[in-house]
Design a protein around this ligand. Sequence first.
Ligand SMILES: [Zn+2]
Length: 596
Amino acid sequence: MKTKNVFILIFLFSFLTSFAQKSSLAYIVKMNNPEWHFFHVQLSCMGIKKDFIDFKMPVWTPGYYQKMDYGKNLERLKAIDEAGHELKYEKTDDNTWRVFSKNSNAINLTYEIKTIRSFVATPYVDETRGYVLPAGVFLYIDKMINHPVQITLVLDEKWNRVATGLDSISGKKFTYTAPDFDILYDSPLLAGNLEELPSFKIRGITHRFIGYKLGDFDREQFILDLKKVVEAAVNIIGHIPYKNYTFIGIGPGQGGIEHLNNTTFGFNGSNFKTRENYIRALHFLAHEYFHHYNVKRIRPIELGPFDYDKGSRTKMLWVSEGLSVYYEYMVVNRAGITTDAELFNAFRGNMMAFENKPGRLYQTLEQASYETWSDGPFGRTGDEVNKTISYYDKGPAVGLLFDFKIRQLTNNKKSLDDVMRFLYKEYYQKMKRGFTEEELKNAFEIVAGSSLAEEYEYVTTTKEPDYPKYFSYAGLNIDTITQVSPAAYAGFTLREREDSVFIANVEYESPGWNAGIRKGQQAVKINGEKASVNLLNKIISASKAGDKINLTLFIHNESKDVEIVLGKKTEKTFKITPVSNPDPLQKQILEGWLKG
Ligand SMILES: [Zn+2]
């Protein structure tokens, strides 16, 4: 290349960058009349001169692997040029609005976002708070996802604050910046009369907990425990990649979504009255927190850059989600909060859920990861329950098998923690990208120093896990013997709604299932008497296996009599207990695993 050309290129480059710097995107979100459940959005675009601009709404939000079609809630779009003339636009598909901007230097867009459901993956506003889930509120410009953006929230006058992981602009009230739309979509904003609990520092970095309607609980104890949880998670990877971290409780409800420097989740401290609920909440927060490593930074190659148009599918959610369940238990245990018995029980719960789901014979962990977009996050329910599994259940169980195997192969010198650290250093820190399936498998084998082909079959096939073999490496027994319970068993439950009674749940291949009973059917009579939950319980507890009960169902406007031959329930308990005389390596592995 000749010098002259280089100069021309440098000139062109600086011209283009200075041109690019002139463009700006600034949003204002107004929350007036929140009882109408609308966000009023204004976007001012400066310096983007084009014949037309395609504005797009993501169809999903990373972390929640379901198509949400946020664009369907966008209403009353209006585009105006710098002279105040209205610009024409057309919708070119479900989530694209093409505005014929005719080379205007300034365009103002206004629209409304209708909000329907208060949920962690949907925007929502009412009289009490506004939850701005960015993927459902902010349009991006096609092919300009990397453009910086400014956000200003105008709160309902009765509200006092905003919680978000975004950087704020000092001197400007409730105004924030994001370097690009990936960061914007990763940073929800919660507005309202929020409560902030005392912040804490880990390795000099501030962690905050802010929320709406936090409930009635011991705040001091909770923050002490949360701090220990965060510390235990940080100790696994050994590095904190963010400048600050915010836990954002969006109010009572289910679900949580992880982000790079924050997490948003349903939270109700009033539920902490039982230890079980408290531990569940800490597990859940540990899960969302650990995700800032596992999935946000230690990630499958497909999960970044995100495809906001189609969704980003990967076969490795069993790592991102399944192993985050694994680590939620480990982190809370290593934080010194749960007992070892509680830790075993947590794993046992997942094993029982997985082993009792017939889908285990049909779907692999990889398939469950890939198919979650159509199956739903917990596998299918209803009649199709027998075809799918949940990586939230099999994932942590397989994580355990890998961990014990690596420890056994390396004389307890290495563990699953080393695999996570390897992935973090190699792909996030050095290569700044995600890993492929092959690279993931290699990472496991590099750490183990040996082939893990046998264990990998638990990921790629439906081979039944040999739990006792792996648990024995850590000097643990696990009861996988099928137990037969003496009581009569029907395998279905009822639910009463107003005057009617419905089938609530039917266990696969139970006597009820085999008689053709399915969830949602209306039950009218049991043995000739008016059906009720109490009557069913009374009849079953007075019966023995082999007895028959008659159920009158009402299906498609006709009554139908079904005879059920009661059976006996069989179950594997997966009870985990330490062996009485562990050898030195077994002892070391168990201690190493529990202490980290
Ligand atoms: Zn998760």
